[in-house]
Design a protein around this ligand. Structure first.
Ligand SMILES: [Zn+2]
Length: 232
């Protein structure tokens, strides 16, 4: 099983690893701090032995491939040193944590489910299934999110037995996507606000998000609402 350093500590910026597979321009390692694209998050970029990592993607059930600009002479068994583009990755962690907070606050106020999201370093979006389209109310929810950030509650991740986790109401607010089948589910919690099954990268304290700035609200059909936001 590939070791996911980003699950053990999302703040690992550099690491050493051993190449376990090279296919085309995709390299798999025995362990990595690069978080793969998925769940609405973009994949990490950075370098492996100084060569650009253009994207990080899931490769099979439990493997992660680094898409390199060129694999050059890399072969299985080589040692590599990985370095994340940390500024970008930290923004993704802040954005992702923000998206959870917003989803939790919208859900609490309206029972809205999340039908989609795209977390990017500069601008992110969340889609809600919500009958009402009331900009004023949505702005109020954003202010509530910023009040929560100012309180700076801890953010925790831990593992829980799947059957125990699925007993928790609202454990997945995603409308269509249930967590994939694993015996243990990785749980993400913003103390007092949100608890989700989630495999993504987050900040340790909500205060680290700084501030959520709503950019645009869109009406995307009968009950689909879209919100764009950023973190200045
Ligand atoms: Zn998430």
């Amino acid at each position: 099983m590939m070791r996911k350093l980003f699950w053990e500590d999302a703040y690992v910026k550099e690491f050493d690893a051993t190449v376990t597979s090279v296919e085309g321009n995709q390299v798999v390692l025995d362990q990595t701090a690069f978080n793969p694209r998925g769940g609405g998050l973009v994949g990490d970029i950075g370098t492996l032995n100084g060569v650009k990592v253009l994207d990080t993607i899931k490769a099979g059930a439990d493997s992660i491939a680094h898409v390199l600009e060129t694999t050059g002479s890399l072969v299985v068994g080589n040692s590599v040193h990985g370095v994340l583009d940390w500024n970008r990755r930290h923004r993704i962690m802040r954005m992702h944590t923000s998206a959870h907070l917003l989803s939790a606050i919208f859900h609490k106020a309206t029972s809205a489910l999340i039908t989609g999201n795209q977390i990017e370093p500069d601008k992110s979006r969340i889609d809600f299934s919500l009958d009402d389209f009331d900009r004023e109310k949505m702005l109020v929810y954003c202010s509530q999110a910023n009040e929560a950030i100012a309180k700076d509650p801890p953010v925790k991740t831990y593992f829980m037995k799947r059957e125990e986790a699925l007993k928790i109401p609202g454990i997945t607010k995603l409308a269509s996507v249930m967590p994939p089948y694993f015996e243990d589910l990785r749980i993400f919690e913003i103390e007092g606000y949100d608890l989700q099954a989630d495999g993504g990268v987050h900040v340790k304290n909500l205060g680290e998000v700084g501030k959520i700035e709503p950019l645009k609200f869109e009406n995307k059909g009968k009950s689909n609402r879209r919100m764009y936001f950023t973190i200045p």
